[in-house]
Design a protein around this ligand. Structure first.
Ligand code: 6PG
Length: 259
């Protein structure tokens, strides 16, 4: 039964360890049911600790890395070796240290000059990897797990407040101009994000507290708070640290405090 789970942890280390256990659980379930585990990574700084944990024991040996297909939820329009690249961050923190077949690592070529062509290219990559589950005009493919973060403005992936990509109802990947950052980003869209069997938000830091209470306990306002528009077919799970949860209503906080 799809539902929303919120778990509050003392700090980003505890949150990341719980996320590593969740990754192991989801990957085992997916491989048992479908023979592989399809996951979309998030960028930013919060998931970095998780990526380091997964590349080391005790988590590394609990995952069948040969059956993992790695994607990204969004990417900055920079080359893959650039410090701002989400691919670069995940490669340095995790992928370079794991026996994942290179053909299972599907980065977004966001450095391409033709952003829209890069978006269609990634759509083709998704269509190819999920070919057994997608058909023309059918619904987008369902990831086993999608990792997402939330910015202090309530954005997620590269779905920023009041940007065009929020209006997309068909395409799986689009180039999104972000006037707030005066830049473009490539991002998965709500239609494909909301098809996931599980979406796991990792949110840490006091600078997120003001927006998090609005997203989790405030009135619906998905254009201003894009993280609110993530309502997947499957499980919606929020792992947040105490600093980010500081303004949550006590009822919501009390019932979800971990350890
Ligand atoms: C990106 C991300 C973005 C990120 C949030 C939170 O490319 O920046 O995908 O959506 O998750 O900005 O970032 P932090 O984890 O750094 O706070």
């Amino acid at each position: 039964m799809p539902g929303r789970t919120i778990r509050i942890f003392a700090d980003v280390q505890a949150l990341s360890e719980a996320a590593a256990h969740e990754w192991v659980r989801c990957s085992r379930e997916a491989v048992a049911a479908r023979g592989r585990f399809t996951v979309a990574l998030s960028g930013g700084s919060t998931p970095k600790r998780l990526y380091h944990l997964l590349a080391a024991e005790p988590f590394r040996s609990q995952i069948d890395w040969g059956r993992v297909e790695i994607f990204w939820g969004d990417e900055r329009c920079v080359p893959p070796d650039h410090a701002d690249s989400n691919y670069h961050m995940a490669r340095e923190a995790m992928l370079a240290h794991l026996p994942i077949p290179t053909e299972h690592v599907h980065r977004i070529e966001a450095e391409r000059a033709d952003r829209d062509a890069a978006a269609w290219n990634y759509t083709d990559v998704l269509g190819r990897v999920f070919k057994d589950t997608v058909y023309a005009d059918g619904p987008p493919p369902a990831f086993d797990l999608i990792l997402l973060g939330m910015g202090p403005d309530g954005h997620t992936a590269s779905l920023f407040p009041h940007t065009k990509a929020l209006d997309e109802t068909k395409r799986w990947v689009v180039a999104n101009h972000v006037p707030q950052l005066n830049t473009d980003r490539l991002t998965l869209t709500r239609p494909i994000l909301n098809r996931a069997r599980e979406v796991l938000f990792l949110v840490a830091g006091a600078d997120k507290a003001e927006r998090l209470v609005e997203v989790l306990a405030g009135p619906a306002d998905p254009k201003r708070l894009p993280s609110q528009s993530i309502q997947p077919d499957g499980q919606l799970v929020w792992f947040v640290d105490r600093a980010a949860a500081a303004r949550l209503p006590s009822s919501l906080a009390r019932e979800n405090m971990q350890g």
